[in-house]
Design a protein around this ligand. Structure first.
Ligand code: ADP
Ligand code: MG
Length: 330
């Protein structure tokens, strides 16, 4: 009990001066010791999580992003999405606070005792590619599956290396419905084919990543440039990455134009379901590629079930495939 020993002398002196009784002293010593241990645990877990920076929700200026629904972010900070192994997408132009929010949620998760890993997409894919070259891909996927929350930052900033989309799909597939993820991107989902260099892989990824998902789009100004906004050309200023679905004029949910402009930037469940539908349609529209992907997927699922399965996953239902097959059917 290093901290208790450290403050023992001072505590004894306080007892002698009549400032506390023996019971209070024991209480104080144990509280100090527990605080030290908890701080150490959090510090160690933050190191293990490889966060690029320590950010907090308290340090996020919500007034700078009025379109962002603070209550929704605070609800996410209760971490139920981690327990439900759901996916959170934070989408928006650079500098709008996507990484900050994901890091702040990571800090909350670590404080609450959840294991977290944070990495940029390019780094995660390059780690998977290296593991594949060394014949230890399954071990690497299993490593990334160990964390209750995996944060994949910066999707869309750098081109994905050839084959990288397939590798990332294997990881996403292994975590599907088993572990939570936060993904940050400066690209809309419709651009994922371009980002991953393969529309079929992108579609399969989105099929998994939009199921049980929350999508939060940040459209506001760039925080880093807040004092120099006038210097940013208009064509690269913030714009919507996901077009809100058209609201029929006679619909009961229809709102006046002024209100529509400030439509909450959170994609609701209906929007997510629509996106998932679009993804499925895109899959159906590419039968040849789909066949190839299904072949690949069967192999991956078989490999995962045979070699990569964590002991704790052995009894869970297999991942739903893109089509009902004996090995992949939900
Ligand atoms: P993004 O990931 O969207 O490109 P970041 O989260 O990296 O943007 O934000 C860029 C910098 O600005 C970071 O230092 C971040 O902490 C800060 N920042 C962004 N938005 C806010 C905000 N609303 N309140 C406080 N700091 C912010
Ligand atoms: Mg970022």
């Amino acid at each position: 009990m290093p901290r208790a020993i450290e403050i023992l002398d001072a505590t004894v002196r306080r007892i002698e001066r009549g400032e506390m009784n023996a019971l209070e002293a024991i209480d104080a010593l144990l509280a100090e010791e527990l605080t030290l241990r908890e701080n150490r645990r959090v510090k160690m877990a933050l190191v293990m999580a490889r966060l690029s920076a320590i950010k907090t929700l308290a340090g996020f200026d919500f007034s700078f992003q009025p379109s962002l629904d603070k209550s929704r972010i605070m609800a996410l900070a209760e971490l139920r999405f981690i327990d439900r192994a759901e996916v959170l997408h934070l989408i928006g132009p650079p500098g709008t606070g996507k990484s900050h929010l994901s890091l702040a949620l990571a800090v909350e998760a670590v404080k609450a005792g959840r294991s977290v890993y944070f990495g940029a997409l390019a780094d995660i894919i390059s780690a998977l590619a290296k593991a594949e070259r060394e014949g230890v891909l399954c071990e690497k996927i299993r490593f990334f599956c160990r964390f209750a929350l995996l944060i994949v930052d910066e999707i869309g900033y750098l081109p994905v290396i050839p084959g990288g989309g397939n590798l990332f799909f294997q990881l996403v597939n292994a975590r599907y419905e088993k572990g939570a993820m936060i993904l940050t991107s400066n690209r809309g989902f419709s651009e994922w084919g371009h980002v991953f260099g393969d529309p079929v892989v992108a579609t399969a990824l989105l099929d998994r990543l939009l199921h049980h998902a929350t999508v939060i789009q940040i459209e506001g100004a760039r925080y880093r440039l807040r004092e120099h906004a006038d210097l940013v050309p208009e064509n690269i200023q913030s714009k919507s990455l996901i077009q809100p679905s058209p609201i029929p004029a006679n619909s009961q949910t229809s709102r006046p134009a002024a209100q529509k402009r400030s439509e909450p930037l959170v994609c609701d469940d209906r929007k997510v379901a629509e996106l998932a539908d679009e993804v499925k349609k895109a899959l159906a529209a590419a039968p040849a590629q789909r066949k190839r992907l299904l072949g690949d997927e069967r192999r991956w699922v078989a490999e995962r079930d045979n070699q990569c399965l964590l002991p704790s996953q052995a009894t869970t239902a297999p991942s739903p495939g893109l089509a009902p097959t004996p090995s992949t059917k939900a």
